[in-house]
Design a protein around this ligand. Structure first.
Ligand code: IPE
Ligand code: IPE
Ligand code: MG
Length: 245
């Protein structure tokens, strides 16, 4: 697959709200777990496609803070799939020189999963290809709460003057301060909401939704989302650069 030449119209950072695994399974009269398994296949497919297309950062919303409220059985299935992904996809990550990261309240994950996750993050830390970030046990509000706690702690220790808190300092206390903000946020399965994903970082992201469920999301769909992004004019509150009238 050809690498798209870097241009201002190609997103540097794509973030995806992978939704619709349950509906994919229901439409096929299959248990939800089958939908999550098909979703894991889509993760591999789209990760490889993004790496081959030269995307620098891909962030996947894999498990939200609110998803802890799902039935224990489903949580168990999702964690087992995550373990399987971490065990099976190491060669894929190495082959494409992909660096694995994770954001979220990782301390809430099962201890064995955290160990597997940290091991693969360490093993891929020096890869200089795409950065793949998994949002796990992640919530945008929780991330801001955690940042506020850290800043308050620093202030209490006398190491921070509250007057010095500005956007840059707050951003430096988020889970992965070195990641650039997403340029393009894709959501599958027709829903038009952020569901607590990257609330701070997405303030000027371009949103793209598709009715396709996550297991149905193909490289062609990805290219369509990127093409739509390429046609957008990002103004960041400034005046249009396209002459009007
Ligand atoms: C996305 O699929 C996966 C997770 C949220 C973990 P869903 O499980 O939300 O599927 P739907 O929305 O019920 O179809
Ligand atoms: C968002 O999907 C979370 C992930 C994709 C991990 P949900 O299915 O949990 O979102 P809602 O409940 O429809 O908003
Ligand atoms: Mg859903």
């Amino acid at each position: 697959m050809a690498v798209i030449a870097p241009s201002r119209n190609v997103p540097t950072h794509i973030a995806i709200i992978m939704d619709g695994n349950g509906r994919w399974a229901a439409a096929r009269h299959l248990p939800r777990a089958f939908g999550h398994r098909a979703g894991a296949e889509a993760v591999r497919r789209i990760t490889e496609a993004c790496a081959e297309l030269g995307i620098r950062y891909l962030t996947l919303y894999a498990f939200s803070w609110e998803n802890w409220d799902r039935p224990q059985e489903e949580i168990h299935d999702l964690m087992a799939l995550l373990d399987e992904f971490l065990a099976r996809e190491a060669p894929t990550l190495h082959r494409h020189r992909i660096r694995l990261r994770a954001i979220g309240r990782l301390q809430e994950l099962p201890p064995a999963t955290t160990v597997n996750l940290r091991r693969l993050m360490d093993e891929t830390a020096r890869h200089e290809g795409m950065t793949l970030t998994l949002a796990l046990s992640y919530g945008g509000r929780q991330e801001l709460v955690d940042a506020a706690r850290r800043l308050a702690q620093l202030a209490r220790e006398g190491r921070l003057d509250p007057q010095h808190i500005d956007e840059e300092l707050l951003a430096r206390h988020l889970y992965a301060p070195d990641l650039p903000d997403p340029d393009l946020v894709i959501r599958t399965a027709g829903e038009q909401r952020l569901s607590n994903f990257l609330l701070w970082q997405s303030s000027y992201a371009e949103l793209y939704t598709t009715s396709k469920t996550w297991p149905e999301f193909t490289t062609a769909e990805l290219l369509e989302a990127m093409a739509a992004y390429g046609r957008r004019e990002r103004r960041f509150g400034r005046r249009t650069t396209v002459p009007v009238g």
